[in-house]
Design a protein around this ligand. Structure first.
Ligand SMILES: C[S@@+](CC[C@H](N)C(=O)[O-])C[C@H]1O[C@@H](n2cnc3c(N)ncnc32)[C@H](O)[C@@H]1O
Length: 214
């Protein structure tokens, strides 16, 4: 499958996340493309005992952090090699399960119900919202939250940069905060907050962060 190959190429070029962050923590959630920058998991609310699904979890580092906070975590990624890395690094943690699957396939087949669905530079950026958002909404509990991040769109559109070039076969659904608000509203989400997080000093690209409720 073209998408699997593209994401396997991407996975091969990624360097593993550091063992500790700048604060000395072994696990953390990073919404942005920059280390030690941006909001943490608190934007999701208290995750203890809540069921959390991450779409495009990669090597599982964000989800591992939520597991240490008491969440019941499921990670899904299309690239089989990512699952191997996730299990090798985080398989010892409790309440943490990883699956190799395409996001819409997983959501179509699972009977699971989730309090939180998140996607960090993941399939929400790479999948037609008309296909993905109804599937996510169906699997979210009443009052459940969807949160995702990706790079903001650039005027005129740009080709993927950096390591994302390896996944160039992949289409991106680039939307501004205002466009995401309209799209999410049209699929029944509410209390939508869509914003651009400023980049750290010396960088010029921020991060688009979106949160919406069922
Ligand atoms: C840019 S990486 C981000 C990985 C991780 N969320 C992080 O922040 O490090 C995108 C990830 O989404 C996965 N992915 C892309 N499209 C997908 C899809 N349709 N279904 C499931 N996973 C997908 C890729 O394999 C890759 O691991």
């Amino acid at each position: 499958m073209e998408a699997v190959d593209a994401w396997e190429r991407y996975a091969r070029r990624r360097t593993p996340r550091r063992e500790f962050n700048a604060s000395g923590a072994r696990t953390w959630l990073n919404w942005t493309q920059y280390p030690d920058h941006g909001p943490d998991e608190s934007i999701l609310g208290d995750v203890q005992c809540r069921s959390v699904l991450e779409l495009g979890c990669g090597t599982g580092c964000n989800l591992a952090h939520l597991s240490t906070l008491g969440a019941i975590c499921t990670g899904v990624d299309i690239a089989p090699s990512q699952l191997k890395k996730a299990v090798t690094r985080w398989g010892h943690l409790p309440r943490l399960t990883f699956h190799t699957a395409e996001a819409t396939d997983y959501l179509s087949c699972t009977a699971g119900q989730f309090d939180v669905v998140l996607s960090v530079f993941g399939p929400v950026w790479f999948t037609d919202p008309a296909q993905l958002l109804p599937l996510i909404r169906k699997r979210l509990s009443p009052g459940g939250v969807l949160a995702f991040s990706h790079k903001p769109p650039t005027a005129g559109g740009v080709q993927p940069t950096g390591t994302l070039r390896e996944a160039r076969a992949v289409t991106r659904w680039d939307h501004t905060p205002r466009e995401w608000s309209a799209v999410l509203t049209s699929f029944g989400f509410s209390d939508i907050r869509a914003e651009i997080i400023s980049p750290p000093a010396g960088k010029d690209t921020g991060t688009l962060l979106v949160k919406a409720y069922t």
